[in-house]
Design a protein around this ligand. Sequence first.
Ligand code: NDP
Length: 400
Amino acid sequence: MGKALIIGCGGVASVAIHKCCQNSEAFEEICIASRTKEKCDALKEKLEGTTKTRISTAKVDANKVDELVALIERFKPDVVLNLALPYQDLTIMDACLKTKVHYVDTANYEPEDTAKFEYKWQWAYREKFKKAGICALLGSGFDPGVTGVFTAYALKHHFDEINYIDILDCNGGDHGYPFATNFNPEINIREVSANGSYWEDGHWVETKPMEIKREYDFDGVGKKDMYLLHHEEIESLALNVPGIKRIRFFMTFGQSYLTHLKCLENVGMTSIKPILFEGKEIVPLQFLKAVLPDPASLGPRTVGKTNIGCIFRGKKDGKEKTYYLYNVCDHQECYKEVGSQAISYTTGVPAMIGAMLVMNGTWTKPGVYNIEEFDPDPFMEALNKWGLPWKENFHPVLVD
Ligand code: NDP
């Protein structure tokens, strides 16, 4: 039993909050705090009466450490679950340090003006968190998140050594728009328009955006084109998986999405450099976000499934072994259950589970940790219980 302060009230937070309310045995009380308090109040109103979890709301600017500290001191949570944007990670971690409260997030810090996400800023907090006796769990979404848990599970139960990991993120959903993003458009477009990279033989290999393309036949979805991207969990897995030789991350994109993205890039709409427009400074990508469909509005219209997982290759008892762990999630089933599409669902459920395990002491150790550094078994069990059951295949088709 405990109290969680949830920061942010967007697509992912909405699912995590629904799940906390389903899990009121663990989440006795939650406070939903965000920049726009009306969204928090609307969600509280929707959920009250359906749950034993007590819900309060607050307005907070998570860029301001003092505001966060005041809120934490007032609410006295056991854990802070950061579901705002990656730009707020460090201020929220600072506030947790000042108040000695555990911290959980789903995305690593990214400075607003450089579009380069790396763990170095958050890993720099290790000693401070250790000294304060509190735990920071980094990256408790699906990818990063479940992909790290899958890796720890594969290593614990199926391999003596993992040499190759391919993380495959497939969204077979169709929302009917020519162009829309399934989570925060600004974060999504920054991620996919950046150079790709993968880890091989102890160093990064950089690629042009969308340079490496493969086709894969996904269980529950069918054949899709997928493209190699840089992704944050590669950075921590490269350090935490002994004997690793290569880690790659692939995400599927439809032709319509790619054509629109190319055009938007070509005309300068994805730039994060501010420009002057009618005497006012605007960031083209933020303006684009304002005209695109809100990802939260895609729920009712998205049909199809997601399939996200990891293919492992390595050795067990001196023999070569392959193993594929993945989850298939249906957009419409998610929508019926919590009013959101599967991308928010597959992130919000692991966020709730991570917060629960840190809050109830199962995963608490002082310091800053990536998710694969904990015992995966309680998380794997919780995935099956809370809506993201996993499947395994011992003879998967490999990606060349
Ligand atoms: P949304 O844009 O839907 O929601 C973000 C929320 O944060 C909004 O409620 C927004 O408030 C709030 N917010 C933004 N800035 C501030 C601030 N300064 N102070 C307080 N609140 C603020 O994003 P998503 O729900 O799609 O994504 C949430 C997080 O999840 C992101 O960090 C994203 O990178 C991560 N993510 C992780 C994935 C994974 O698998 N690991 C997958 C998908 C997303 P307002 O309503 O006022 O705009």
